[in-house]
Design a binder for this molecule. Structure first.
Ligand SMILES: Nc1ncnc2c1ncn2[C@@H]1O[C@H](COP(=O)(O)OP(=O)(O)O)[C@@H](O)[C@H]1O
Ligand SMILES: O=C(O)C1=C[C@@H](OP(=O)(O)O)[C@@H](O)[C@H](O)C1
Ligand SMILES: [Mg+2]
Length: 172
């Protein structure tokens, strides 16, 4: 399989684990959100403010299509990338897909101090994360080759688990 692709909700650790995995595998690391920021020269909240979520999703779809065309990269997606059918098709075709799972409680704790997630600027971020996970969990599972638990496990341990389980995956 060509690339190693991480999906999952905000705070699951896609950006953190992706960077560590890439280092371990000596592969380039690409973070879809970071690539959008580099390409536009604007940060994610600014894009949401100026273009709305729809504008961001269009940029995200174009970036996912481009990055899934790479060969041999570790790719961290944004938590909402699985919402579009086109993205799910591209991600599944683009390589091995790992769903990083985290409970809503852990997601809340890990995202609380970070103001860079516009969807969590709500009165009740825990409810927002719960509602999003209800909607998206089946979509993550639909395209995942592996589901990996991240609750109560430090990033290093999650990385080792992924590497070990990838070796045991049958060919698609
Ligand atoms: N397994 C983990 N255990 C504890 N904290 C974690 C873990 N994975 C990530 N984090 C922390 O959670 C925060 C969000 O991680 P991040 O990689 O940005 O998630 P995502 O890209 O999935 O939204 C960061 O501060 C990161 O250090
Ligand atoms: O869940 C989402 O819809 C989003 C997740 C974010 O990425 P992370 O999952 O890396 O936080 C980022 O793409 C944007 O704020 C929207
Ligand atoms: Mg991220």
């Amino acid at each position: 399989m060509r690339n190693l692709i991480l999906v999952g909700p905000m705070g699951a650790g896609k950006s953190t684990i992706g960077r560590l995995l890439a280092k371990e595998l000596r592969l380039p690391f690409k973070d879809s959100d970071k690539e959008i920021e580099l390409r536009t020269g604007a940060n994610i909240p600014w894009i949401f403010d100026k273009e709305g979520e729809l504008g961001f999703r269009d940029r995200e779809q174009a970036m996912i299509a481009e990055l899934c065309g790479c060969d041999g990269v570790v790719l961290a997606t944004g938590g909402g990338a699985v919402m579009r059918d086109e993205n799910r098709r591209a991600l599944h075709a683009g390589g091995r897909v790992v769903y990083l799972h985290a409970s809503v409680e852990q997601q809340v704790g890990r995202t609380a101090r970070d103001r860079n997630r516009p969807l969590l600027r709500t009165a009740d971020p825990a409810k927002t994360l719960r509602d999003l996970l209800t909607l998206r969990d089946p979509l993550y599972r639909e395209i995942a080759d592996l589901v990996v638990e991240t609750d109560e496990r430090p990033p290093r341990m999650v990385v080792l688990d992924i590497l070990e389980r990838l070796q045991r995956l049958p060919p698609r």
